[in-house]
Design a binder for this molecule. Sequence first.
Ligand code: PMP
Length: 364
Amino acid sequence: MAQRRRRPPGRSRLLAEPEILPDITAAIGGTPLVALDKLADGVAGRVVAKLEAMNPGGSVKDRIGLPMIEAAERAGLLKPGGTIVEPTSGNTGVGLAMVAATRGYRCIFVMADKQSEEKRALLRAYGAEVVMCPTDVDPDDERSYYRVSDRLAREIPGAWKPDQYTNPANPEAHYQDTGPEIWDATEGRVTHFVAGIGTGGTISGVGRYLKERKPDLVVVGADTEGSVFSGDTPRPYLTEGVGEDFWPDTYDREVCDSIVRVSDRDAFLTARQATRSEGILMGESCGTALWAALQSARQVADARAVFVVLLPDSGRNYLGKLYEDEWLRRVGVLGADERVADYDWRVTDMGPVVRHESRPRPSS
Ligand code: PMP
């Protein structure tokens, strides 16, 4: 499975030397696929991780910043000296802030206060301004990070809101690049694609591309307990970056063949175990996707099955939470006398799996 590096179309033409990229945004994409053979020991097929933490800004969200900004520039919505305002859990902010730095835009990010302090500090490091909002309010509440970002985008002259939850450039980036990269790197042998769902951009774009290439490919969505995608009643949960309390336009409800519901505990402890056994420092939502991938993979007896699971970011963003045993005990993810090393993803079974037929239809 040799990894072929894809360069964003047109960028290499600017180069005098092929090794020297014109700016940091040209280094986005082309992330490696790595087999997780130790963690998936006993699974008939293979479980392979796509490491999105290896993007220059450290997450899968680097992939959507540039296409959203370029589309807005073309449409005249973002002009020189303009301001980008976006509600983001952090990673999209980095993707946007990185491009904004190279093009001289001001950035204001609006975040829910459950997000880690590391993520806020990171955005400020790129020169962005960060506005914090309460997590436990309704999305329509004036104090919610969605509504506050709407108000700022209205009130600030020259402001533009990318709105990753409705922007078609979000899933399109994954259709154009992430999907083909997985297809090329596996030489078409991928049989299952597994990813968490936030805006749904990743799973919708990659899933659409891969299903066009291989119609019987199976797409598995990983959803956090307390999020709507698996039909749960919205309620607060700990996992950052995935799950929603509403249905984003960027999520294609037809793309998933099944959706696995994952608890905070299984997500967090799978991430911790995978870091120890595979040497890949991974974030919380990686644990969500990985647990769903491992549970799905162990139900498939076919040795030719290739499960590609997309791991969105690095554990570096969560050192004070996910990687802090005392914090895990305080929030109840770890029992008082339990150790992380005691956890094995095989001890828990899949909960409700939402099948394609039973998914709720769009209300509008
Ligand atoms: N994991 C993390 C850490 C994220 O920041 C995001 C984006 N919110 C996702 C997963 C989900 O990706 P998507 O929005 O493309 O569904």
